[in-house]
Ligand binder design. Sequence first.
Ligand SMILES: O=C1C[C@@](O)(C(=O)O)C[C@@H](O)[C@@H]1O
Length: 672
Amino acid sequence: MIHPDNIPPSTLKGNGFVAIQELSNGAPNWTKPALLIIYGDGHENIVRSIADVLGQPWELAASLAEIKAGFEGTIYGISNIFVGSQLQDWDGSRLAINAHCVDGGQALDENLTSRCAYEYLYTESPFFQRDIARFLGFVLGQISHHRDLTKKARTTQISTTFPDVHAALPNLDILSVGADVVELRVDLLKEPLPDGSFSRMPSLKYVGEQLMLLRQRTELPIIYTTRCTKENGRFPMDDPNLFYEYLSRAIKWGCEYIDVELWLPEDIRRRLAEHKGNSKIISAFHDFSGTFKWTSPEAQELFRRGAVYGDVVKMIAFVNSIQENYELEYFRSTIQSTFPHPPLAGVNMGPMGQLSRALNKVFTPITHPLLPMIAAPGQLSAAEINMALHSMGQMPKVDIYGIGSYRSTTQAIFFEKCFNELSLPHQFMFIERAPKGSIDAIIRRPNFGGAYINPPLAAASAPYLPSLTTAARTIGQVDVVTLRLEGGRTTFIGDNATWKGIRATLSRDFVPSAYSGQAALILASAEADAAAAIFALKSLGIGPIYTIGFKTHGPLSSEVDPVRSVEDVKRLQQPFVIISALPAEKSLLVVPLLKHYRVDGRSPGSLAGKVFVDLANGPRKGDPLVIAASSGWTAYGIADVSAWTTVETLRLLVGQNVPYDFVRLASGRGLF
Ligand SMILES: O=C1C[C@@](O)(C(=O)O)C[C@@H](O)[C@@H]1O
């Protein structure tokens, strides 16, 4: 492992406001962050929105002295007019975020930008609460895409080459099917000038707004790239400080990844590493000469240098022969056996290098037919890579099963669509199962490659699945079966994706710490119907859970208490989240509770942003979601949860990332 001598850990940013602790039972214990929000004149609403997303109370203040004397758990907002020069000697006791509304016509105050730890660019119309949740979740260290991606067997990055992100938006969902990360080629952006021409380089204002736009529309983490002219980009190389300026701003904007070219002076790369906060650095090296040698000592040295500041090291060379792919593979295996960290993304450019694009496993750059141009010679699409892998025996064709009731046949059609879109070789088969029928015979079929089961299987009824994930065992239900090859033997693993679907739904518009220590109320006719929801809530560090209609007995029962009477309801801690797992015909029973605990988040000091999830599936008389929304709840239905569950299921079964919005788009209204 390579350790830079003089680099402090990645939390250098100094946003030590959030203590991230994993409790012994695995549930996180998030501390409520202390924030100071600077808002533009007339845009104080953003303070309430941010507090909503955090599940914390808020106040507006007229001076920093007032804020310093205030409660730590309260989110304070101060107008950029009042704050003036006071920020100059801000003691950092709260993380300062400059919230700038780009559609208000107000100019950005660069002085404020430089004094704040982060800058949140947003639009009021349209307004995206989920974008705030994503930004805060990331900068506060509560969400780490990188941690999840490093666990994935293969990852890809789609290199967008649009001069203006607006052009990408209509097709973004389709473009990103199969991609794990999206790259914004900042150097390829073309900022129009009033005279109809384009500026030599996009201004920071233009770049910030383009980044904001992209982030509002994709759930994928973003790589922010300023590729220089020598490495097939357009960023001029005469002033390296320009790279510092653009890249350090990307860190302030909360970009998940920044691409830092290795030719940049050491001082610039070091300073970026020292201030990267939760952003990750991709150290990038490109050689277009056609003479680069993977077998040379120089190649090893380049990796070592990249590894000093890089969380990922990317090395890319133009090649002229197929032989050079074998040399790259040898280089890759040597590097991987010598340095467990950081991961190497190594590919060859040019038609002769395409083999390496199929073999590389870390952040493989991909293109898509809908992009205006390829970002580098020889780039392949996700579908082309899958076909190549299959033809080389690296992705054998298997049968993936959908096992379920008639109702889940539309889900089956969606799976087939995805397999086609990604050119996966697998065959999809749907099998109807009697409600309590065994699936033993199915998993023993010769070409079985995995299955989803909807409705799920009771874990206790499936002794033929000896290996269960912790989630499946604790929840007591299996909704996905995957295969693992161990020592030449195949093991079947029973997993549960539903809890992840529920958790993803809960985290869409609220950060994880919003749930910690808060009360939840769950309604169901039986424990089994609510188990995945309880597990999801516990994974977010929720406080007490109250149940109505059932009692818990198994491993989920700690800190879960049944509500017995109306008197009990009156005494309960106000729930931050209500989940109804009642059957469709009973789903209106939740309505009095939604009304009783109606949300009033408009006034300062009050705790807003409460969540209602209705898991009912099927025809019913009235819709509690409508009533919940009109009582101030942020409400989600089974379509949301099922779409997220499908995203998770696809990841588990075929290792491919398909965005939530694509699932919603491609499955129409009838998925569930
Ligand atoms: O670094 C890379 C890799 C790349 O050059 C390629 O070869 O696919 C494409 C670029 O957009 C990206 O920044």
